[in-house]
Design a protein around this ligand. Structure first.
Ligand SMILES: [Fe+2]
Length: 151
């Protein structure tokens, strides 16, 4: 279980760094409301990493603190492309969490780890829902109207 948790941990650390960077980029370009949301998401990802680190420590493991590149970094402030890329990132995080939880609830019979993972799954599903909603709003309102609401 420790090794599997350690394989997932870099995804949460990377997501934290990714959303922190994007929050800065969004603020630089004046999209302050979206920047606030990204700052919140970055904090939530760090919280996920902390929960996994604590659980790995409880299991007597050594947490892997190195982030990894989960997808291409966003180089320019193209908001719809950014949201679509983040949706892919969150979906792969969700797949990884669900696979981990299947292991925790099955072979490992580790109910406390499953408890932690189910909390992360709920947050990640909320994030996927939010990203899908933003992409739907852009399709319905048009990019310019959506962006105007983010200033
Ligand atoms: Fe997360």
């Amino acid at each position: 279980m420790i090794d599997e948790l350690n394989k997932h941990l870099p995804m949460e650390l990377s997501a934290h760094l990714r959303y922190s960077g994007q929050a800065q980029m969004l603020r630089f370009h004046g999209y302050n409301k979206l920047a606030d949301k990204y700052t919140e998401e970055a904090e939530e990802e760090l919280g996920h990493a902390h929960k996994l680190i604590y659980r790995i420590q409880q299991l007597d493991g050594a947490p892997n603190y190195l982030p990894e590149l989960v997808s291409d970094p966003i180089k320019k402030c193209d908001v719809p492309a950014m949201l679509a890329a983040d949706l892919e990132v969150e979906q792969s995080v969700l797949d990884s969490l669900n696979a981990l939880n299947t292991l925790a609830e099955g072979k490992a019979a580790d109910w406390e780890t499953s408890n932690v993972l189910r909390g992360l799954i709920t947050d990640t599903e909320d994030h996927v829902t939010w990203l899908n909603t933003q992409l739907e709003l852009i399709a319905e309102l048009g990019k310019a109207n959506y962006l105007q609401a983010q200033l």
